[in-house]
Write a protein that binds this ligand. Structure first.
Ligand SMILES: NC(=O)c1ccc[n+]([C@@H]2O[C@H](COP(=O)([O-])OP(=O)(O)OC[C@H]3O[C@@H](n4cnc5c(N)ncnc54)[C@H](OP(=O)(O)O)[C@@H]3O)[C@@H](O)[C@H]2O)c1
Length: 149
C-alpha cells in the first residue's frame, strides 16, 4: 500500500515498535494518530503525528474513539494491554500471567470496533511476536540471550 496521504491509527504508537511504526508512516506521508493510555511518553510528535489517549481494554471508550476518528485507511495495534509476565510458567506470578492475555483482548477490541470504520481498501496490522510461531521451554533464556546480543 502507498501510505502517502492515508490516515493511520496506531494503538501503542507511543513507545517501542508502535512508535517506530508511527514515525515511519509519518515519514512516508501518512497522517498518524498515535494512541495509548499515556501518550505524553512519546514526547513531541513529528510532523503528521497527533497523539491521543484511549485504553484498548475499555470497550465503550474504543467504540466512541473510532466513531470520533472515522474514517481511516490503516489500523495498527502494537498495544501490549498492560503488564506482561515472562518466564517459565511454573515460576510465574499468576496475576502477571493473566495480564499477559490483555494484549489479546486489546487486539480483539481494535478489530471488532475499528474494522467497520476502515476505508474500502484499508489494512489492519496486529503486531505479534516469535512465540506465536514457536513457544517452548527456555523461552526466557532465549530472550535474555537476544537482549545480550
Ligand atoms: N520488543 C520486542 O522485542 C518485541 C518483539 C516481537 C514482538 N513484540 C510485540 O510487539 C508489541 C509491542 O512491543 P513493544 O516492545 O514495542 O512494547 P512497548 O514499548 O512496551 O509499547 C507498548 C505500547 O502499548 C501501549 N499500551 C499498553 N497497554 C495499553 C492499553 N491498555 N491501551 C492502549 N495502549 C496501551 C503503551 O502505552 P501506554 O502505557 O501509555 O498505554 C505503549 O505505547 C507487543 O505486542 C509485543 O509482544 C515485541
Amino acid at each position: 500500500m502507498n501510505v502517502d496521504g492515508k490516515k493511520a491509527i496506531v494503538f501503542g504508537g507511543t513507545s517501542g515498535i508502535g512508535l517506530a511504526t508511527t514515525k515511519q508512516l509519518a515519514a512516508l506521508g501518512a497522517r498518524v494518530l498515535a494512541v495509548s493510555r499515556d501518550p505524553s511518553k512519546a514526547g513531541t510528535p513529528p510532523a503528521g503525528v497527533t497523539l491521543a489517549k484511549c485504553d484498548v481494554l475499555d470497550r465503550t471508550a474504543m467504540e466512541a474513539f473510532f466513531k470520533q476518528h472515522a474514517p481511516f485507511d490503516i489500523l495498527i495495534s502494537a498495544a501490549t494491554g498492560g503488564k506482561r509476565a515472562m518466564g517459565p510458567f511454573l515460576e510465574m506470578d499468576m496475576d502477571g500471567y493473566k495480564a499477559s492475555f490483555d494484549k489479546l483482548w486489546g487486539y480483539a477490541n481494535v478489530v471488532r470496533y475499528g474494522a467497520s470504520h476502515l476505508s474500502k481498501d484499508g489494512a489492519i496490522v496486529l503486531v505479534s511476536g516469535a512465540p506465536e510461531q514457536r513457544a517452548g521451554s527456555g523461552l526466557q533464556k532465549c530472550i535474555n540471550n537476544l537482549a545480550a546480543d
